[in-house]
Design a protein around this ligand. Sequence first.
Ligand SMILES: C[S@@+](CC[C@H](N)C(=O)[O-])C[C@H]1O[C@@H](n2cnc3c(N)ncnc32)[C@H](O)[C@@H]1O
Length: 327
Amino acid sequence: MDDLDRIAIGFQEAKILLAAAELRVFDLLKGEGASLPALLAKTGWDPRGARILLDALVAIGLLDKREGVYRNRPELEPRLLEEDPDHFSWMLRHRNLMFRKWASIEDRVRGVAPSEPRPQIGEAAANENFIRAMLSASGRTAPAVADAVPLEGVRTLADIGGGPGHYLDAFARRKPDLEPYLVDLPITLGVARKLLARSPAFERFRFVAWDAYAEPVPGVLPALDVAFLSQLVHSESPEANRGLFAKLAPRISPGGRIVVHENVLDPGRSSPRAAAVFAVNMLAMTPGGSTYTEAEIVSWGEDAGLERESGARLGERSYLVVLRKPR
Ligand SMILES: C[S@@+](CC[C@H](N)C(=O)[O-])C[C@H]1O[C@@H](n2cnc3c(N)ncnc32)[C@H](O)[C@@H]1O
């Protein structure tokens, strides 16, 4: 197979894995595994569909099959079960939703508007997949990113669009006198409360519901020494982000900061590869989102009266832009 066709056909094996995750195949086979009749009795699945999918999973090396019994591969099972502490199966189900949306990206290029709103922030099950998928993407790297944010003299910090709260948790653990606010849509705060319940900092977290792009800044938020926005601005248009920064700026303390953590494009917009491809994800999943350059993010801050303090690439998908409000 030539390289072009390998790219073209890549979706098939991806979708076999995503369908299996959606159907909880790996949880159903946990431990002892199961024969096809036993699985059908448990699930009520269509016999033809189930047999074809399971055999394809064996063919691509994601399941074993011996004497008619399908089993998880022991080396893969821990990552594929729902109980995996890194939440990878939730990421797979989120990717399955992405797959649906990616199927019509050419229509977005032609200018045809998507027919349905963003399920990942509007429907409970899709939202929980999305929020837990964030833990799979950055649960382990969040503390290092949080460490790169200047916190000296900081008392109030709001993680806006904070999702599962893993960055806020890292900030709170690092600084015991911090007042940490988790700010997000109400549907996401419910998931975050569950996920953060075991944190030793839980009692200190303040949960604030705010649709940041549609509503004025809530009165309950105090003057902020840091507003931390991680992987939020890519889901909205430049105009919407300029509006958000303009709303936020008056709520930042003199000398305080807006810190943006993002998947940032280089100035030429075609690298890093992950940021350019992620922009297509925003084309598929959102009405106005994209990935942005540091200069674009800085311009939203400057228009709101903040100054660029620093910009640093921490990884291919991880870039920190620090904007400071003059004293
Ligand atoms: C890609 S996730 C990022 C989560 C987390 N900050 C991280 O870096 O992993 C985007 C987050 O923004 C939240 N969000 C999306 N639209 C929002 C809005 N209009 N107002 C507030 N939060 C929003 C979502 O609920 C989700 O938690």
